[in-house]
Design a protein around this ligand. Structure first.
Ligand code: SAM
Ligand code: SF4
Length: 411
């Protein structure tokens, strides 16, 4: 059996409040009523982190992501205090990517400087569209000029690593409208664009009462293809289903999720995934969703909403669910070291996916320079077991990702 080797570690921090709940959103986000308990929440985050620390003793944290909700509702002092407490407890890599999600409607002059001084080096703006009527229909709290102003304010404060979230296939949107959104985004010179198709999620207002004029699947597909080409022409390489980056500007944090890396999940409703080399297992743990319950219980077992060890039967599916989102694909040696399973465990579904033209070999590698062969249990570069096989989804495979992933569900 190959050994499960703990992969790189990230830290996710959930900040659960928004000015107003958007009708399409099923994130764990709650409309703020009155003054928010920023200090109490940071105290709760630190207690929560303390409780999870034994899962990751001594490991380096390569990225931090403040997600929401609307993290930019938090004053810079609160973010600074949390990062100071976190770096006193965890080994933060010196060049760690630290991202904070920002709603342009909450951008305040001076706050971006404060986040930067606290250590935040990447901002992700939820802009969605630059069409002011569409922004109203989406229930957003900002218009397009506020969105542009917020991004420029961040760039003036010295941020050169900015992401813009856009959604397409919006009610009433045309191909020209989706193109116009991208042109307005490009003019702001972001380093990264996340381009999501609007989905109607259960438990949202849009799901209960779908808005008029949502483009049908064929039109949404045309929009996606057209926008992919525009993004490529503008120098944004697609590396995941919805993620496009300028060279070297992929999101390190999200890449770690998609490569089946490890992450601590701190805060209301946050999910974590942690591998243990000693126990040769992968644990998932999640926290209570409701902000007040989370704050009342943080640091005690009662704050844990649930946890489970991913079974050997389910690991291939969970690995592929993530890795097959990536254009780069995966290697069989990586599958072995991140799941602790032998490559033979996925031989049958792999052969099926190859035969159907959903996967293709990317290259045959005889091991990369400088790695340690004892990591994967072969006797060195002359050993046939040393050969690594790289596989990636084809264009067809990317159209049918769900079907490809299902092959790995097992019996
Ligand atoms: C947590 S939010 C980003 C930060 C902030 N809350 C905001 O909305 O400005 C993450 C992103 O997910 C995307 N998103 C949320 N709900 C979606 C849905 N139903 N369909 C597609 N994308 C969605 C939006 O682009 C949103 O910016
Ligand atoms: S601001 Fe963002 S997290 Fe909050 S409700 Fe809207 S989309 Fe969801």
């Amino acid at each position: 059996m190959p050994a499960l080797i703990p992969p790189p570690l990230s830290l996710y921090v959930h900040l659960p409040w928004c000015v107003r709940k958007c009708p399409y959103c099923d994130f764990n986000s709650h409309q703020a009523k009155g003054a928010l308990p920023f200090d109490d929440y940071v105290d709760a985050l630190v207690r929560d982190l303390d409780q999870d620390l034994p899962l990751v003793w001594g490991r380096v944290v390569h990225s931090v992501f403040f997600g929401g909700g609307t993290p930019s509702l938090f004053p810079a002092e609160a973010i600074d205090r949390f990062l100071q407490q976190a770096s006193a407890r965890l080994r933060l890599a010196p060049n760690a990517e630290i991202t904070l999600e920002t709603n342009p409607g909450t951008a305040e002059h001076g706050r971006f400087d404060g986040y930067r001084a606290a250590g935040v080096n990447r901002l992700s703006f939820g802009i969605q569209t630059f069409d002011d009527d569409a922004l109203k229909r989406l229930g957003r709290i900002h218009d397009s000029s506020e969105a542009e102003r917020a991004v420029k304010m961040a760039q003036d404060a010295g941020y050169d690593n900015v992401n813009i979230d856009l959604m397409y296939a919006l009610p009433g949107q045309t191909l020209a409208g989706a193109e116009h959104d991208l042109q307005r985004a490009f003019a702001l010179q972001p380093a990264h664009v996340s381009h999501y198709q609007l989905t109607l999620e259960p438990n949202t207002v849009f799901f209960a009462r779908p808005p008029q004029g949502i483009p049908d699947q064929d039109s949404a597909w045309d929009m996606q293809e057209h926008c992919q080409a525009l993004l490529a022409d503008a120098g944004f390489a697609q590396y995941e289903v919805s993620a496009y980056a300028r060279p070297g500007r992929q999101s390190a944090h999200n890449l770690n999720y998609w490569r089946f890396g490890d992450y601590l999940g701190i805060g209301a409703g946050a999910h974590g995934k942690i591998s243990s080399g000693a126990e040769q297992q992968v644990l998932r743990r999640w926290k209570h969703k409701h902000p007040q319950t989370f704050m009342d219980t943080a640091g005690t077992a009662a704050s844990i909403g649930g946890e489970e060890i991913i079974s050997a039967e389910r690991l291939p599916f969970e690995y592929m669910l993530n890795l097959l989102r990536l254009h780069e694909g995966f290697s069989l040696r990586d599958f072995e070291s991140r799941t602790g399973l032998p490559r033979g465990a996925i031989d049958a579904p792999l052969q099926q996916a190859l035969a159907r033209g959903w996967l293709e070999p990317a290259a045959e590698a005889q091991g990369s320079e400088g790695h340690d062969c004892s990591d994967h249990g072969c006797s060195g570069h002359g050993d046939p077991a040393h050969a690594d096989v790289l596989l990636r989804p084809t264009d067809l495979g990317r159209r049918f990702t769900n079907d490809v992933v299902e092959l790995f569900l097992g019996e």
